[in-house]
Design a protein around this ligand. Structure first.
Ligand code: HEC
Length: 135
């Protein structure tokens, strides 16, 4: 099952909450979710322009190795199935979701991300986000 499908289920079931996404997901059937997820999984990732900081990118690269982020998200941070692609993801979104995992408000699937981010400081989160956004 694709990452997007899991997220839609979580929004529908209230495990993940967002004022814009939650009402949208509430009206989707299981088939709609599967179709949407397959559609988005088939898109080619487009690099998103972001004002990133070279020193933060370099620190983030080291943190990603040190904390084994690549063992689940794959080298190149391309993701697979329910583990999301991180390469080229929006910088502000990455910071927001990592903070939410740390605060335990992101409602992740099985708690792996909540565990993975607990040792990270606010500066680590910034650095990792800059690294992922530039991949
Ligand atoms: C044990 C496997 C595992 C490890 C290690 C791991 N992740 Fe994850 N990560 C996941 C899974 C699974 C999800 C999807 C969680 C969910 O929302 O249900 C995820 C989600 C994310 C997301 C959200 C992406 C999105 O599009 O919403 C980010 C950002 C992320 N991980 C970054 C990291 C970073 C940075 C590290 C290293 C500190 C890391 N991950 C380590 C498995 C892992």
């Amino acid at each position: 099952m694709f990452f997007t499908h899991w997220q839609l289920i979580k929004f529908r079931d209230g495990r993940r909450k967002d004022p814009q996404m939650s009402p949208f997901a509430a009206n989707l059937s299981d088939d709609d979710m599967a179709d949407l997820a397959a559609h988005y999984a088939a898109q080619r990732p487009q690099p998103r322009p972001a004002a990133t900081d070279a020193a933060k990118v370099s620190a983030g690269r080291q943190l990603a190795e040190q904390h084994h982020c690549v063992s689940c998200h794959r080298p190149g941070l391309t993701g697979h199935e329910q583990v999301p692609r991180l390469a080229g993801q929006d910088l502000a979104y990455l910071v927001k979701i990592l903070r939410a995992f740390k605060a335990q408000t992101a409602g992740d699937l099985d708690g792996t991300m909540t565990t993975a981010v607990q040792p990270l400081s606010e500066a680590d989160i910034e650095n990792l986000a800059h690294y992922m956004a530039t991949r």
